[in-house]
Design a protein around this ligand. Structure first.
Ligand code: IMP
Length: 210
């Protein structure tokens, strides 16, 4: 049974069984993915609530900044960033600019190679900058990205949707959910290019992972 959560005002710690809103039914994996996915970890409703709250935290941290440059890490951060930036524009006084950056270290594997490649998609600059990433595992990717962006802004903050709680020596300003050490997909996150389009965060079956 999923844990019912109604407080989204700070990082939500997600238990192994997963979470849902009080008014959501017990979430199930869609039939077409039944052989590949173990369970829904975070429902669509929970993501929506936490994204709204994150936008509030970000507004407070950038109070009086006027404008922020949101740097979206492709491809995993695409849905999270789209919702978060829209929430920022809807709820806050901040003006937003969007730039993209691409990063890879995984390929079609489920563990980090530690060898992070950055592909600059846009010319990135801005006094106040928000780096938006889908997930932090070892923290290698974030470290490289933060280092890369450091001299491109005066005030760089980092927001991740999911944190597995194992990264060391990396500072993250805003975290959506703390999750167990499992490989997840959905809401932009993939395994070998699959599952990005799912509206919830799902756990991928261990036997599928290389
Ligand atoms: P790190 O460098 O080990 O922190 O890994 C970060 C990157 O690995 C993220 O940007 C993701 O692209 C990918 N990643 C890490 N864990 C997962 C996962 O559970 N599902 C999908 N991608 C993941």
């Amino acid at each position: 049974m999923h844990k019912v959560v109604s407080d989204f005002s700070k990082t939500v710690v997600v238990p192994d069984e997963g979470i849902r809103l009080p008014n959501e039914p017990e979430p199930k994996i869609r039939e077409k993915y039944a052989n590949e996915l173990e369970k829904v970890l975070i429902t669509k409703g929970c993501i929506k609530e936490r994204v709204k709250a994150l936008a509030g935290e970000i507004e407070n941290a950038f109070r009086n900044a006027g404008e922020i440059t949101c740097v979206v890490v492709l491809k995993g951060g695409m849905f999270f960033a789209a919702d978060l930036i829209r929430a920022l524009d809807e709820q806050s006084n901040l003006r937003t600019r969007i730039d993209f950056i691409k990063c890879s270290s995984y390929g079609a594997k489920s563990y980090s190679s530690g060898n992070v490649n950055i592909f600059q998609v846009d010319t990135i600059e801005g006094e106040n900058m928000l780096l938006i990433e889908d997930i932090v595992d070892t923290g290698n990717t974030l470290k490289v990205l933060q280092q890369f962006l450091l001299d491109k802004s005066k005030n760089l903050k980092t927001c991740v949707l999911l944190d597995k709680g194992i990264a060391k020596g990396v500072s993250i300003d805003f975290v959506g959910f703390r999750i167990p050490r499992v490989f997840v997909g959905g809401y932009g996150l993939d395994y070998a290019g699959m599952y990005r389009g799912l509206p919830e965060i799902v756990v991928i079956k261990k036997e599928l992972l290389k």
